[in-house]
Write a protein that binds this ligand. Sequence first.
Ligand code: SAM
Length: 234
Amino acid sequence: MNIDKLSKRLELVSSYILKDSTFADIGSDHAYLPCYAINKGLAKFAIAGEVVEGPYQTALQQVVEAGLETAISVRKGDGLEVIEPQEVDCITIAGMGGGLIASILERGKERLSGVKRLILQPNIGAHHIRNWCLQNNWELNAEEILEEDGKIYEILVAEKIDSTKAYTLSSADLLMGPFLRKQKNKAFIKKWTEELKQLQRILTNLNQAENPEKVAEKKEILEKNILLVSEELK
Ligand code: SAM
């Protein structure tokens, strides 16, 4: 992967960036995504945010090497603290767990004013993001699932909606994704077949727990999810 050739995963993320926008890539690491998006004319300005010193230096170096200092601002900071309210139209957060992405959004909520689209690529735990979107008036309007190098990735695209336009998602939609459930492609079937085995393994272990009352709540959630996934794969 380099700034001219992204992974399939990041290329698909880039395809959802709003045309001519200013966007922030949070957890940018090597800044490949902002460099690619600017070079391809997908956006007019980008902010690459990084919280860790090493990747921050790598991003800075990459932007200088690509001669893109006037179009990409590399900033060091935690999550959305690198952007000001009304500064960006679009945000990408890719390559992290869904729980971490949701916590970055939650902690930086007040900086989301002016943002029209979120493009989120969790490696695991996408349900945390769907849940956050639902609670915060961001409506999912596209989802992707793909396999690359033996790993399965999801991409969730959400846009801000008026609080009067609240929507609901079923438990199955929250867990597996409303758009992904409709497409039910090969990667989706593979992911949930593997997840089901894993959920069943965890349940077997919980059934052998020494203090059943301590794991009762966890067991109930697991059993519910096992049922949802089994139904989905029928
Ligand atoms: N986004 C790139 C991608 O998808 O290939 C890099 C993914 S890399 C696995 C995750 C990056 O997010 C790391 O460089 C890490 O330092 C950064 N990161 C983790 N938590 C962060 C936070 N709270 N704020 C900003 N960056 C964060």
